[in-house]
Design a binder for this molecule. Sequence first.
Ligand SMILES: *[C@@H]1O[C@H](CO)[C@@H](O)[C@H](O)[C@H]1NC(C)=O
Ligand SMILES: *[C@@H]1O[C@H](CO)[C@@H](O)[C@H](O)[C@H]1NC(C)=O
Ligand SMILES: [Zn+2]
Ligand SMILES: [Zn+2]
Length: 598
Amino acid sequence: MAREEPLLAPRPSSDHSSIRNAEEEDALLTGIRTRREQRRGWTFWKELGLFTWALVATVGVIVLSVVYQHETSRLDDHSKGPWGPGEKPTGKRNLIFMVSDGMGPTSLSLTRSFRQLTEGLPIDDTLVLDKHIVGTSRTRSSSSLVTDSAAGATAFSCGFKSYNGAISVLPDHSPCGTVLEAASLAGYKTGLVVTTRITDATPACFASHVNLRQYEDRIAEQEIGEHPLGRVVDLIMGGGRCHFLPNSTDGSCRGDDRDLVGLAKENGFHYLDDRAGFDSLNGGAEAKLPLLGLFASKDIPFEIDRRTQDDVYPSLEEMARTALKTLSEATAHSDQGFFLMIEGSRIDHAGHGNDPAAQVNEVLAYDKAFAAVLEFLDQDSTPGIVVSTSDHETGGLSAARQLHPEYPDYKWLPSVLANASHSSEFVKKKLNEFLAVESNDDAQRKYVRKLLEEDLGITDATTAEVFAVLDPNSPYDTQYVFADIISRRAQIGWATHGHSAVDVNIYASSLKDAWPLVGNHENTEVGAFLADYLDLDVKSVTKKLRSTNAWSASSTDENGWLGDPLGEDVRTEGLDTYHGEFRKRGLSERDCGCGETH
Ligand SMILES: *[C@@H]1O[C@H](CO)[C@@H](O)[C@H](O)[C@H]1NC(C)=O
Ligand SMILES: *[C@@H]1O[C@H](CO)[C@@H](O)[C@H](O)[C@H]1NC(C)=O
Ligand SMILES: [Zn+2]
Ligand SMILES: [Zn+2]
């Protein structure tokens, strides 16, 4: 330092104004005028100004508080108002929890740019979700840094970490009470809306308990009320019909001959299995609970394919709107509201397939469903919130890709995705149907080019690519080959056909209520928030479930109602260690383990 000065040097003595002002402030506080005659005019005007300001401010505060009270009483007839730090929410309220399965931060960047291009929007246009981001969630499970959907959803439903594959059971294979079960026991109406099988991991974790996610037949039984607590779900919409049909029926994927649709009807369920049935609900106005709507044998098609089969399958947004209206009307005259879980299930599947065109359309469909929920909350007379998050990221998606050894140009090309009108899953199915009846090589190659052009918008496929699609010895699924042809052209990268460990975003309708979720959280804290918001006693549900360990469904099993705890290779706690896997799984070993469990 060139000049040394004491830190607390006195202010320059030439600053008379500070002394003068201090004197005048004194005068204002005490009401005694300063002695100096020459200051009198200034003081007078200052006092008058302050008085006027105080008057205006007081009137303003009164007006604002009246408006505020009017607003809060309009929104919140039964409650005392916002839930502040250190308080509990009170009064009748609804909770909607949305899961964007497999949607990571890159999915959002990709979809935003895609939408700006296809809809001619400015570069600062964002998704509805973007406007409601509140935090991020850390996703690891008890058995791995990379979670699966079962452990991910158990963190949300029970508020506990468990092992990959666990459906609301803990690492010791004991059941844990879920927010949906607790809500049901507390008098709330409950619902599950998904685009995959209703027996898949995410919905399963809210309304059933099994030791392995693969026990989908058993999950289906619990969902329709063969459950130690009785029926806990009032509304079910999604796919997965095949697990409800006896194995003697066409379109069944059950291992036994139990007719769960028949049983559900006996338990009072109103059953629907097609678009006409869905339409008959008239947006929820004509719906009766309990309701079982199974609109696809397995998955509802990807949005990019569904939109051309709108007369066959409802969209996620349509199902969400209908479920909200149904549950809202069913609880109109009760003291408790409802809990609804809505899942954009197949963002994950697009990630597993490394299909960027399918992915952006799934995210857009989810964003629309989220907007529909916000609209509902805005218009409904019962207060409520929506919280939305992902269980994990899928695919290791990257919004750039280096294709050559040379240093890359900085770009990725959404126009390639915009050219695709179908998913690679859809195109693969079409190709297989063609190959089943056409064995001529030339005709097959022509057909592949036709599919690439008409359904994927690829007009410059190389001969090598066409051969790769048709190669019977290819180590890759045909679907993956199609998806890779698109991804390379769009310069979109993927690290895996499985999940990744990156943190995912948390969204909410209002910070007023979702303040505990601001910032970076463990996924179990999201689960804890759900139970806290409805002030539910999940622990007592866990106790009830454990005291019924002897409970057995009509299908008896020596392992009890949770099923065999030991699949082939189930590690429930502690991280796996290095064992040279990078060498063991060469090209010769074809099983990448990517097909079955998401
Ligand atoms: C159908 O289920 C019954 C038991 O419920 C079983 O005995 C039979 O083998 C099953 N059939 C098939 C084809 O899986
Ligand atoms: C989109 O498809 C058209 C033909 O339908 C083709 O001319 C154009 O090059 C494609 N654009 C991109 C970015 O692939
Ligand atoms: Zn998942
Ligand atoms: Zn998955």
